[in-house]
Design a protein around this ligand. Sequence first.
Ligand SMILES: Nc1ncnc2c1ncn2[C@@H]1O[C@H](COP(=O)(O)OP(=O)(O)OP(=O)(O)O)[C@@H](O)[C@H]1O
Length: 356
Amino acid sequence: MLDTLNASSVLEVLKPVQDPELHKSLVELNMIRNVKIEDGNVSFTLVLTTPACPLRQFIVEDCERAIKTLPGVNKIDVEVTAETPSQKSLPDRTGIAGVKNIIAVSSGKGGVGKSSVAVNVAVALAQAGAKVGLIDADIYGPNAPTMLGLEGVGVTVRPGAQGDIIEPAFNHGVKLVSMGFLIDKDQPVIWRGPMLNGVIRQFLYQVEWGDLDYLIVDMPPGTGDAQLTMAQAVPMAGVVIVTTPQTVALLDSRRGLKMFQQLGVPVLGIVENMSYFIPPDLPDRRYDIFGSAGGEKTAQELNVPLLGCVPLEIPLREGGDSGVPIVAGDPDSASAQALRAIAQQIAAKVSIAALT
Ligand SMILES: Nc1ncnc2c1ncn2[C@@H]1O[C@H](COP(=O)(O)OP(=O)(O)OP(=O)(O)O)[C@@H](O)[C@H]1O
């Protein structure tokens, strides 16, 4: 049978080709579809489990290599698409209709770059072709609107059958709602806390999110009420913990991580931000401003993956201030590359968890 070129021989030679992360046959996972043969030209659709698949090229090449073992192959055309699976549902928590995966970004301590990571991961996933929403639930520093170029834009609220419906703001491919749209900047922080639980629920269930592959939630720092509300209200695909290599930040992030583990929220991994600094005018120098390898050590100790390390770079801060996230404004910079790879890691881990 393998000495002729037809749709079934193509499927047959593709059977041993595995998804490198799920360790299962692409054919058995129904990731190979629409196989067509015309005058020795083989075409098919490869349906990945996330548009941000880090191993996309690798999988395509594996398929091409397998198909070339058949006789009479002239050309191979692979159309790559993706269908992101939905996270597993939990009996005691209500998901959001149309939203496949909710991912929290958290940190034990403020100022470690949690919002910068959340915003850039959201934009990187959107750039890869995913449908992405972002909830900025950080009452103390709701800076996602500024970082996404949406400061002063606000949201539209209209009456719906079951209360008000918020239409999210949109920029860089990401739908956004933020505490910053609702609170007065001069309002003392102490008054914001009590609003928080109600607002988080509103942001989850009363926003016109539409269909989303990923809803990223930029959490307030620490391990307070907001984290509890979130973790208990919705089923979460997982949480990403942002830290710096510094010991204090590490201790705090450990506490945060334990809390999520106790609440049954999978910890997808740790992002080490501000890992090192390479002066633009002295590219051979590297300064470990906040110490080194802290994220790696914590990840090992706590037995969770290190998703990546983001260097300190001036354009990352400037991009945040000017509303053009670094993955959009300077995609080739070291920090943008690290953030894109982190987004891919997150997407891959979420898909694996949904499918296994
Ligand atoms: N890798 C980096 N390189 C340069 N600047 C960075 C980096 N990460 C974050 N920053 C800057 O540090 C500041 C704090 O970052 P960010 O607001 O993302 O932190 P946060 O943890 O969300 O803080 P908060 O707790 O106040 O919400 C911002 O001005 C941001 O632009």
